[in-house]
Design a protein around this ligand. Sequence first.
Ligand code: UDP
Length: 378
Amino acid sequence: MQFCVVGSGFFGATVARLLAEELDADVLVIDEREAVGGNSRSFFNTDTGIECHQYGSHIFHTSNSQVWEFVRRFTTLNDYRHRVFIRRGNAVFPMPINLATVNQFYGKALSPGEAKAFLAAEIARDAVSAPRNLEEKAISLVGRPLYEAFIKGYTQKQWGRPPCELPADIITRLPVRTTYHADYFNALWQGVPAEGYGALFANMLLHPRIEVLLHTRFETMRNSLPSDCYTVYTGMLDRLFDYRYGELGWRSLRFDWQTVPVQDYQGTSVMNYADTEIPFTRIHEFKHYNLERVEAFTSNKTVICREYPQAFSRGGEAYYPVNTAENMALHQKYLVAAAKLPRFFVGGRLGAYRYWDMDMAVAEAMRLFETDICAAVG
Ligand code: UDP
């Protein structure tokens, strides 16, 4: 049995591994980029030895034990737990909003119970019963003052459109806490690969039945695949169909990299910037992900990168799907067209047009394998 897996991010690499291991299939993984790993890829900066996440900070986090065990077959993860701060004017607050954020913002010393009651009163001033968009949802979670301080401007910069034009569920990615618990994620397990993301992907794809072909576009080789070859496609569906129904909306990013001659630039891995006068949304400082790499951490150089959201245009890098109702309907049309292709499966963040974290990509790849693929091949 032969499979072509298009795309070598977490989704493609997971499917490829399962196909080779569990179905004994021959798997050709193709990727148009020069390296595997999709947007989870990293590189070691030669000047400083610091591992830098090429497409912005990537922290593996999950509460799915099956996913956690699967990934840990290919790497150990360090004990990094993600914490983020947000700068607004000349003040720095913990983000997502927790008890420290609330107390600092309002100049109070509320207990958890007092904070709950206080926020409920703030929320009651403005909230609507059935939030229809990100703005209404955010206000229903934290009230208007905290929304305007920490969410409105950041979201406008991030998405290039007002929060009232965005799906509500984007904001539910962030927890709101009335404790001092400051983790960015609620996930049980977190960490970054001890030997780097490159080693993790190399290990996932290291199997006698898996072959990897880089610099290869599906369009250029699909006609040369044997007729009984199955395809798992994790690229963009509008491109696959030559944009016949129109273009799907994406948000893109630009990264401005800098090596700075100081030991520590900002004291943490990610600093968000709420103010709209500042055009970037956040600064990543990668050495903070690997405190165990003492030499790189203590050296008098650090690598930072400023993240600038930007419009997406054809041929650019697609980072975030803009999951408005119109775009979801358009994506559905492409899914229907893809379902008519013989021996063809669609997945991955790009193909599924979903705002997935890495663990979701692994979980969805497992699901596709266990249900659709196993059913199709008997
Ligand atoms: N967000 C915000 N302020 C912040 C961080 C996030 O308003 O300081 C909002 C913003 O709309 C963003 C969403 O929360 O798109 C999800 O943020 P997350 O950090 O999960 O985005 P990612 O890391 O995937 O870019």
